[in-house]
Design a protein around this ligand. Sequence first.
Ligand code: GAP
Length: 508
Amino acid sequence: MASHTLVKKQGGTAHRAALCSCPRPTQACIRPWALLIERLGNFFDEERDPLMTQTEDRTSLSTEDTPLVPIEKVVALSKRRGFVYPNSEIYGGVSGIYDFGPLGVELRNNIRRYWWWSMVQLNDNVLGIEGNIITHPRVWEASGHVENFVDRLVDCKNCKRRWRVDHLPAENLEQNKCPFCGGELTEPRTFNLMMETYIGVVEGERMKTYLRGEACQNIYLDYDNVLKSSRIQIPFGICQIGKAFRNEVTPGNFLFRQREFEQWDLQFFVHPSEMQKWFDYWKEYRFEWYKGIINHTDRLRFRAHESNELAHYAKQAFDIEYRSILGWQEWEGIHWRQDWDLSRHSQYSGQDLSYTDPATKERYIPWIVETSGGVDRTFFFLLLDAYEEEPPSDKDKEGRTVLRLHPWFAPVKVAVLPLQKNKEELVTTAKGIHSRLKRLMVAQYDDVANIGRRYRRQDEIGTPFCVTVDFQTLEDQTVTVRERDGMTQIRLAIDELPGYLVEKVTWK
Ligand code: GAP
């Protein structure tokens, strides 16, 4: 949990299917899909434990002693290859605001979809919503943000660097000294982080409100509607992914601390007597979730909040932290919110948000377990976790930069490469394979430069598979499939490709 004042208060067998490319599939076209589903049939046979199956197909990577990646490397790659761009760059940019390029948007969507799948789709007692960024201004009075969502800030009188008081090392705080140059610090000043906006057009009649400072507030606002419209009963959860806005006084470290960012939240509503049980459950679930999506699992830990960090109502809070070049930093917070949010909104709105147990008729304000993380921070940590520069080896004489992203997250799943671009039959066959595969997954066609350079281009953006069409293809209808991490190659019939690749890149 971030340490803003308020926030302190506050998871085979080959088949012969050729996939058609008709815009409107007919019965004949559906057959190959049926075969594909047949091949993937065992997905549906068993009750799968979502947390235990996430890493089963991964090539085992040796990640010991891999150096921590400097942020500049990831920033440079992101710009060069179209993952992330500085927002409004032609006007000089805006600190703490970024745009996502063609590969970035694919990666982001994959990250979001996987979270949604594992939080909403797999859990029968969890539902999803999508609330608006702009709400009634009273929401932020009830939540305490208008009054308390503040950072305290000091400036160095000598080097002019700006520091958040809660980020200063204890000795610098005591001695009033800048951690960078030792210069004297100014008196702390307090800043509210909420971004203001106005609803309406007529001056004097416009209503001042705020862009939401934390996305989860919509979940409390919609809690009663979800309860009544879905007939779900406590214990149950509501999930949401959405943008949040904070006038961070020290934005920086690329995507780590931004002014516009995206959060994912689960708010799980329970009977007070079951709070501890569900808190422990979601804490573990979310930790295993993060463990399942990274290579360096030794860089993940829990950090319990100190008693002086805890909200006045909170019995406990844990951050799931990741160790990068920035040190241990929060990735997601697991928060014991108790009845604070629903009580406050009841009080401020005048609406009764208590729950009546249908069996016992007991009436109470539900308590809440919150798991709150960031899409952007996940994006950032995944890049840092996956980025590697490999020196020249027997397998690759020039060395390469490789993004060892999980195939689920990779923005491009497969690249189709004709060995030579001046051989018409190779090109035609490769384009045919590409147009079939792109109906199933994000696939790129590339015929520019020699095959080694094309492999390296794909390694750098994390493409898990490259399919090469060569002269043997023209004789026996087989292709080479090269896998990114081990650079191993296998020969596969063209008809086997869709099933083979779908199985590798689909989460299950
Ligand atoms: N509803 C609780 C809440 O908002 P938080 O710890 O302030 O708690 C939750 O935020 C998550 O949102 C963090 O763990 C982090 O992943 C992400 N986050 C918070 N502030 C951020 C920022 N300025 N830039 C990017 N991500 C941020």
